[in-house]
Write a protein that binds this ligand. Structure first.
Ligand SMILES: *Cc1c(COP(=O)(O)O)cnc(C)c1O
Length: 409
């Protein structure tokens, strides 16, 4: 039995192979590289019972990850995230409660920890000294944390309207962080521009092959948590698409291993109407997405005007029989409030977008009452701006006429 069954990297467009034993960015064709595994051998030598017998969490999947030895692992406690049904929040008549996979419980409060845990572990194993990333906030926070732990320098470039909490947590975790007067794609250009001069490794979404491997564990985990039976539909808030592509990749690996049976869940890409390049491309039947102009949404994690892996996202949606759907920010805010008020689950705006999209899709008949639905909440709601509380009580004049919120017993 090997520690990892990773064998080579493959260009997602040309299929050209490259060595997984050295540090890699994009393929020779300038496209994302995907890690491939010796699934034949894995199937022979490792049963799913062995995985089940291990402690829950990201590292129970080590055979399906590219890290080749335990001492390369940089860990902050990557737990298995819970599934929580929205039992009390509004839903259409006759529909069962949708279930939220709450990724906000991970280190640094977002699922970006899964990807950056892998990317930093691989960087450490290759002796990388410096990392840089363009980030809407959560990826930078996760990179900063894991890099700090690994003793690697971290540089983060954030659009200037990135949530304050993200900027502060990045700085507190030892990284150098800048606000940039542009969007995430502009930040990506800066990372590229500084690469030769500063010698950092570019950890941008899909520009290296390791983050997606960490993100795929989100899908593997869903399978094992549900006793190897996947749900019918999965709603995923889609920015760069690493999670969506990663889950799809992970499920295909499980299919090949014979650990799950098809069909795979229908994948639904959720975006905001203020930035919906994937929805537009899906509806047009296009294979690539045109960049979105003047992108804006409160769901900063999905404010991504152009994604390098757009063609992989669109392929995943079509091959699983899923779709793409956009919801306005007002619906996102309402959904966030409802899940908080009725179910005590403080979703991030991106997670709330999946709940809003689910309600919209149900109303349109795109999901039916017999469908089992899982929504991904990708970060802790605590990382985002929240409504201000203005009610004030005078201790000398309590319960005065003006005090809101009381009704007599
Ligand atoms: C990054 C992020 C997303 C988008 O994830 P991708 O896998 O890059 O599409 C969604 N929500 C939150 C909270 C994020 O931080």
């Amino acid at each position: 039995m090997r520690y990892s069954y990773a064998t080579y990297l493959e260009c997602s467009v040309t299929g050209e192979r490259s060595n997984i034993g050295t540090l890699q960015g994009l393929s020779a064709a300038g496209k994302p590289l995907l890690a491939r595994y010796d699934l034949e051998a894995l199937r022979r030598e490792v049963g799913r019972e062995l995985i089940e017998a291990r402690a829950p969490g990201l590292w129970r999947w080590r055979e399906l990850l590219p890290v080749t030895a335990p001492d390369h692992i940089v860990s902050l406690g990557e737990i298995e995230t819970p599934l929580i049904a929205l039992t009390n929040s509004p839903r259409p008549d006759g529909f069962p409660p949708p279930v939220v996979k709450d990724e906000g419980r991970l280190p640094t409060g977002s699922f970006k920890a899964r990807g950056l845990c892998l990317a930093v572990s691989m960087a450490k194993s290759f002796g990388v000294r410096r990392l840089a990333i363009p980030t809407n906030g959560n990826a930078g926070a996760a990179m900063a944390a894991y890099a700090a732990r690994a003793g690697i320098e971290a540089y983060c470039f954030c659009p200037d309207d990135t949530p304050e909490t993200n900027l502060s947590e990045i700085a507190l975790q030892g990284a150098t962080v800048w606000r940039v007067n542009g969007l995430i794609n502009d930040c990506a250009r800066l990372v590229q521009a500084g690469r030769d001069r500063y010698g950092w490794f570019d950890v941008s979404t899909l520009k290296e092959p390791y983050r997606i491997e960490g993100k795929k564990t989100m899908g593997l985990e869903l399978a094992i948590q549900r006793r190897w039976r996947l749900p019918d539909v999965v709603f995923y808030p889609t920015g760069g698409g690493t999670g969506l592509i990663g889950m799809w990749k992970g499920w295909q690996e499980l299919l090949t291993l014979g650990w799950i049976e098809g069909p795979l869940p229908r994948l639904v890409a959720v975006q905001s109407t203020g930035c919906a390049p994937i929805v537009r491309a899906f509806d047009e039947g296009a294979t690539h997405a045109r960049p979105w102009e003047n992108a804006h949404t409160i769901a900063s994690g999905i404010r991504v005007p152009g994604a390098l892996g757009d063609f992989l996202i669109l392929r995943a949606l079509r091959e699983t029989g899923g779709f793409a759907i956009a919801v306005p920010d007002e619906d996102i805010e309402r959904a966030r409030q409802q899940a908080g008020e009725k179910d005590g689950l403080l979703l991030c705006p991106e997670g709330a977008a999946t709940y809003a999209a689910y309600l919209k899709a149900a109303a349109r008949g795109q999901v039916s009452p017999s469908d089992e639905v899982v929504l991904y909440n990708c970060a802790s709601g605590l990382k985002y701006p929240m409504p201000q509380v203005t009610a004030h009580m005078d201790v000398n004049r309590p319960f005065a006429d003006s005090a809101p919120g009381f009704s007599a017993a």
